[in-house]
Ligand binder design. Structure first.
Ligand code: GLN
Length: 472
């Protein structure tokens, strides 16, 4: 039996038909991980015992003829910033090197209740700050399409693990592009849900007004199956919403697609532009109406985003003080315990953001920086609200360029931040967006960003699924 690259529905059917057992499937993937990891390094830890125990539960259910949820027995990987009870959760940081999660994140409770098989925890930029996974304190993950290149970030391990066929789907988190950009770089599908669509309970906070957990998978349909399992209101996260059942219900044949001119300007590599324009043409051929639109305030999104993110991160990371969580450096007085533990526990990018954020929030500067950024955010969001009065979806590139070389940007924060220029406006607006592989620049995958109205994930899935078919 060839297990490779089966979709979730195919796995579900095969399990019910007893073509293979969940245990065999789990063993296959654990084997794949052992084989691939010396090159790819997508995982920070594996959880063989848990995976086999979960697989056995699925096999028992099948043997007993019980009803089988769609994700039952399906092997997955979880970004190491989402808590899985009893497993290490490092956030890619030295400060949490030995930290074990005391409970399950809500998204994990939901995956477990369906019977998904958790293979391990994936690599990321420390505390989900970065765009290449190079800011991990532990290892550098390589892009399966080109081992000299980054997989993107911060959910680089989650994207690379799928591209290298080390799991069927994964969970990532996206604050400013961390699901969409690695999905684009690794040629997989990734969804950043509407803010509030998925509970953040048990997700280590980066910037709480932006963070969302979301799925990465090989196909749009797989991505949708995972999203359906984890979405919806959770009393443990007051920002999570009751998921509405409405959708635009528009397919490619009757959708109006907005193409914002500001997202095709300076800095966009010509190959990437061509690939995206071709995909848009295909959508048009399939009956979609294409309309040029303007999102004028997106120009300010990057500076606005990095002020807000740093400010929120500086507050969120205050809890890692060497006392409450993680590693602690002994010192004669409390203040020194704080400074020594944080000094040795955090990496350079995290420290940079804590300092920037603390400064932006400090009295005298708050109005000039943080408050101003929040006002700009409102304008950016309003652009999207206005645009969605006349269009159903918005298409843009995910990243101005395909996967870059390891080491190319890691010493230049500004260059690294510029990778996010096309994803952060969407995060600030809180709308959902999916990265769909639509072509290749040489051997490097290129993703298109399909943006929808608040809570119109099902519309996004419908139109992306159609495009996926057309594009082969
Ligand atoms: N690259 C962006 C940042 O560094 C986005 C990160 C993310 O989405 N977690 O903030």
């Amino acid at each position: 039996m060839d297990f490779s690259r089966l979709t979730i529905k195919e796995i579900h059917k095969s399990l019910l038909d007893r073509d293979f057992s969940a245990r065999e499937l789990a063993m296959h993937y654990l084997d794949r991980i052992r084989k691939e990891e010396s090159e790819i390094a997508a995982f920070l830890s594996t959880s063989e015992d848990l995976a086999l125990e979960q697989a056995e539960q699925t096999d028992k259910k099948i043997a007993a003829g019980e009803e089988l949820p769609l994700l039952s027995g399906v092997p997955c990987a979880i970004k190491d910033v989402i808590l899985v009870e009893g497993l290490l959760c490092t956030a890619g940081s030295r400060i949490l090197e030995n930290y074990k999660a005391p409970y399950d994140a809500t998204s994990i409770v939901r995956l477990k209740s369906q019977g998904a098989v958790i293979l391990g925890k994936t690599n990321l930029d420390e505390f989900a700050m970065g765009s290449s996974t190079e800011h991990s304190a532990f290892k550098i993950t390589r892009n399966p399409h080109d081992l000299e290149r980054v997989p993107g970030g911060t959910s680089g391990g989650s994207a690379a693990a799928i591209a290298a066929d080390e799991c069927v789907f994964s969970l990532g988190s996206d604050t400013g592009g961390s699901i969409r950009q690695p999905a684009s770089f690794c040629g997989v599908v990734g969804l950043k849900p509407t803010y509030g669509a998925v509970s953040r309970y048990g997700l280590m906070a980066h910037a709480s007004s932006l963070d969302q957990i979301g799925p990465l998978a090989r196909t749009v349909q797989d991505c949708e199956a995972v999203f359906d399992a984890i979405k919806g209101r959770d009393p443990k996260d007051s920002t999570s919403a009751e998921y509405p059942s409405s959708s635009t219900g528009r397919g490619l044949n009757n959708a109006i697609i907005g193409v914002p001119k500001e997202y095709f300007g300076e800095g966009l590599e010509s190959q990437t532009r061509e690939i995206i324009e071709k995909a848009i043409k295909k959508a048009q051929k399939a009956g979609a109406k294409i309309k040029e639109i303007s999102l004028p305030h997106s120009e300010y999104a990057l500076s606005c985003y990095y002020l807000i993110v740093a400010s929120e991160a500086s507050a969120n990371l205050a809890r890692f003080d060497g006392i409450k969580y993680g590693s602690s450096e002994p010192a004669p007085d409390l203040l020194e315990v704080y400074s020594k533990s944080r000094g040795s526990g955090f990496g350079a990018e995290v420290k940079r953001r804590i300092m920037l954020g603390t400064f932006a929030l400090s009295s005298g500067y708050y109005d000039a920086y943080y408050l101003k950024a929040q006002k700009a955010r409102t304008l950016i969001k309003q652009d999207f609200v206005d645009a969605f009065k006349t269009v159903d979806f918005i298409f843009t590139p995910v990243s101005p360029f395909p996967a870059f070389k390891i080491g190319e940007k890691v010493d230049d924060p500004l260059k690294m931040y510029l990778s996010d220029i096309l994803t952060v406006p969407i995060s600030l607006a809180g709308v959902p967006a999916l990265s769909l592989p639509v072509g290749k620049d040489g051997h490097l995958p290129v993703g298109m960003q399909i943006v929808g109205k608040h809570f119109d994930e099902s519309g996004i899935f419908q139109i992306s699924g159609q495009l996926e078919k057309i594009l082969g």
